[in-house]
Design a binder for this molecule. Structure first.
Ligand code: FAD
Length: 435
């Protein structure tokens, strides 16, 4: 795993499932989201089992830059305008609470963490930053507008003081060690009584009263219409050596913007984002940025990974479908999955414990789907579906495209990825490609 070259944590391994079993809550997926959901349920005294198809924190979470911050693009301004100021305020409260929860939890479990200021800026449209700041000021958020950042960039930026930077592997290792986990155990279907899963020794039934689907992209193909509500964006990271400490974490929200943080002596430089299966950005755009801004630095490692994006920028956390009393879901973190996972863990715990939670409707997966992005997703699915080729995605049959940079077959509709020889790399597909 390339990001292993940088991050330090040591995750213990767990046995596979080898018999039918029962639990109160089954959590499917062992990324940061599934782990936090299982942790908070266990703390509440619930008997919880977590199953992971591969090994814990080996997928998106392992490749995250793991900056935990209240700031996210211009989302507060956007939600205030598109939905309501009340909903924007709630979002802010949810994010601020999640950040504080990380501070407490990291201290409690002894996880490596650093407090750093986080700077949000736009090299293309600084006015966007001013709008976001105005909205934040009205909501009395503890953030300041500065005209120059410690890295030397002279642009207006919103400074969020004392945010957190984690080591994602170390954090997950510490959460995982007290949990009941079965690795190399892939859930193949949801059933009336829980789920069915396979491991190398066979197929087993898991009886559970409630199920949390934390598989990054939800497991069911059609139920809940996630194939229309979600798409995936790929993003690239470089670990650079020989760079002076940049004095904080940064994100340029422009279309081709970068994000940066230090991890020990390394600068993690991220960006080059594009929809999975489509062209654009990529590692070459980061290479260019490195030459322009960090000349003389040495590339220690590079990696790429992808995150799920929703129709309105807010994650989907709650019941899988409006009337589903059993299955819950957490997905659509849009590059902000650490905060999103903490919000999910507390919200889903409260749903299971039948406790009131102020954020239930804001993040409800059953909220309105009407948006420009919905039509883009439909358009992309139809055009990709109609391309005549024998290389098709086992998820919903979309045509796969060859990714020359990474030598993989990628699905432009929903973001599944396969190796040259057809092995599954990323879902929503749950099996390899037929050749
Ligand atoms: C380059 C990059 C940088 C990022 N940086 C940040 C950042 O700085 N801060 C931040 O907050 N967020 C960041 N994010 C986003 C964040 O990393 C993700 O949102 C988060 O890691 C997602 O966690 P997850 O648990 O939902 O998914 P994953 O980590 O992908 O975990 C899902 C797990 O489910 C398992 N699974 C799938 N199907 C099954 C099945 N059928 N049965 C059992 N298990 C299954 C998979 O094997 C996987 O391990 C970044 C994302 C990218 C792409």
């Amino acid at each position: 795993m390339p990001s292993d070259l940088i991050y330090n944590g040591n995750i213990s391994s767990f046995n596979e499932l080898s018999e039918d079993t029962s639990c109160e809550v089954l959590v499917i997926g062992g990324g940061v989201c599934g782990l936090l959901c299982a942790h908070y349920l266990r703390e509440a005294g619930i008997d919880v089992l977590l199953t992971e198809a591969d090994t814990v924190a080996s997928s998106t979470t392992a490749r995250s830059t793991a900056v935990v911050t209240v700031g996210q693009n211009t989302l507060i301004h956007d939600i205030a305008k598109r939905k309501s100021p009340d909903e924007a305020r709630k979002l802010l409260l949810a994010r601020a609470h999640a950040l504080e929860e990380y501070r407490t939890l990291c201290k409690k479990i002894g996880a490596k963490h650093e407090e750093r200021d986080f700077y949000l800026y736009s090299s293309e449209k600084p006015s966007k930053i001013m709008h976001e700041y105005e909205e934040l000021k009205q909501m009395e958020v503890d953030a300041a507008l500065v005209n120059e950042m410690p890295i030397g960039i002279r642009l207006p930026a919103i400074k969020f003081g004392h945010q957190l930077q984690l080591d994602p592997i170390d954090f997950c290792a510490r959460i995982a060690k007290d949990l009941n986990i079965r690795e190399k155990t892939r859930v193949t279907s949801l059933t009336e009584n829980g789920a069915e899963a396979i491991s190398s020794s066979g197929k087993y039934k898991i009886n559970a009263k409630r199920v949390i689907i934390a598989t990054h992209f939800p497991l069911p193909k059609l139920r809940g219409l996630y194939f229309l509500k979600l798409y995936q964006n790929r993003s690239y990271v470089m670990g650079l050596e020989g760079v002076k400490d940049i004095g904080g974490a940064y994100e340029d929200i422009s279309e081709n913007g970068v994000y940066m943080r230090m991890y020990g002596k390394y600068l993690l430089l991220g960006g080059g984002d594009h929809r999975t299966g489509k062209s654009g950005g990529g590692l070459s755009s980061l290479m260019r940025y490195r030459c322009e801004h960090f000349e003389g630095s040495k590339i220690r490692t590079t990696w790429a990974t992808q995150d799920t994006e929703t129709l309105d920028g807010l994650p989907y956390i709650g019941r899988l479908t409006r009337n589903d009393e059993k299955n819950l879901v957490a997905t659509g973190f849009g590059g902000n999955g650490f905060i999103g996972s903490m919000i999910s863990a507390e919200l889903l715990r409260d749903i299971i414990l039948e406790k009131k939670n102020d954020f239930t409707s804001l993040f409800s997966p059953s909220r309105s789907m009407l948006s420009e992005q919905l039509f883009k997703n439909i358009g992309s699915t139809i055009t990709t579906y109609l391309i005549p080729t024998t290389r098709r995605c086992p998820h919903l049959g979309c045509a796969l495209v060859w990714n020359r940079a990474e030598c993989t077959w990628d699905c432009p509709c929903h973001g599944s990825r396969f190796s040259k020889t057809g092995e599954l790399i990323n879902g929503p597909a749950q099996r390899g490609m037929r050749r």
